[in-house]
Design a protein around this ligand. Sequence first.
Ligand SMILES: NC(=O)c1ccc[n+]([C@@H]2O[C@H](COP(=O)([O-])OP(=O)(O)OC[C@H]3O[C@@H](n4cnc5c(N)ncnc54)[C@H](OP(=O)(O)O)[C@@H]3O)[C@@H](O)[C@H]2O)c1
Length: 349
Amino acid sequence: MEKVKIVLYGVGAVGSLIAKTLLEKEGVEIVGAVDIAEHKVGRDLGEVLGLSRKLGVKISSDVNAVLSQVKANIAVHATSSFFKDTYPQIGLIVKHGVNVVSTCEEVSYPYFTEPKLAMKLDSLAKKYKVTVLGTGINPGFLMDTLVIMLTAVCQKIEKIEAVRVMNAATRRVPFQKKIGAGLTVEEFKRRIENKQITGHVGLEQSIAMIADALKWNLDRITAEGVEPVIAKQPLESASTKVWAGEAAGLRQRAKGILNNKEIIVLDFQAYVGAEEEYDAVTIEGVPSVRQKIQPCVHGDIGTAAIVSNSIPKVINAPAGLLTMKDLPVPSATLVNMRKYVKTSSRKLH
Ligand SMILES: NC(=O)c1ccc[n+]([C@@H]2O[C@H](COP(=O)([O-])OP(=O)(O)OC[C@H]3O[C@@H](n4cnc5c(N)ncnc54)[C@H](OP(=O)(O)O)[C@@H]3O)[C@@H](O)[C@H]2O)c1
């Protein structure tokens, strides 16, 4: 059985974790790697991943050259969060006739911010007979796909609420920086204003995906500003100190409004010192559903898993730009990856 051939596009924190996850799987082969970071280009992927062995795959900054030289079935794309930035990158992969699974948050539901660009990418993917999917832990699963799946047991729904609370003390330093942990409140607000801190990207996309699945024609989706969570006492993680009165992290909420009612509410909190970590979904309806995952699912590990687990589903899927709600029920790939790929799939060569 031929292996599923994968090109990595973006070998940063998450791309590296996905690569390591894939290297532990049977039936897959990483045949190419692309990144623009100067200290990675030209080096062996194994070395950049910090492995004690070489993988025989050199990281290149030239995606065209890589995709022309290797025969890839799918590219795992993990470079940035905004669809406007990733559209040219993904478009280029598609033009090589290669499927894409991307961690780009806005690609999880690209019709929300860039409907025209999304339709353009959908047409392009259909023309080249490949599938593009944006996924990850959030957006991609916890606050959208999982929510949508839970609605399956409801006859009526009044309101949906999903809350994710993470203790950033247990996460990597770039994540702590990304949420502003250890900044004065003034500095936190300044960095939000000049977009040095973007906060979590994807709440609106998750709401739009849920609404699309339920065919709720929302009046609007509103995103409340990114608010600092202020430390009441000094807090310390292995790497970041937060003094009382400083920002320990952030809280963001977004709402889907229907007939002037808040019908979908998503609440994301990530800060150093969160006492209880959880992912909770509450559906008020008939019947009501209350689901809680404790502790919350680890973001990076969960993202590496859902991206690699989605690979066969993307290969099996019809051509086009799809979202998680368009694919079969998500599930793990625990044995040889080829066993999950339909033998009839025209996308394996
Ligand atoms: N949906 C989800 O649940 C989820 C979960 C985790 C991460 N994400 C998103 O996934 C993306 C990647 O995350 P990360 O933590 O791995 O970020 P990262 O550590 O910054 O890594 C991104 C890598 O891609 C490289 N890169 C940037 N633009 C490129 C381009 N045009 N061509 C080739 N390489 C390029 C970067 O190089 P430079 O450093 O030189 O720029 C860097 O090496 C982020 O946007 C993150 O927010 C989403």
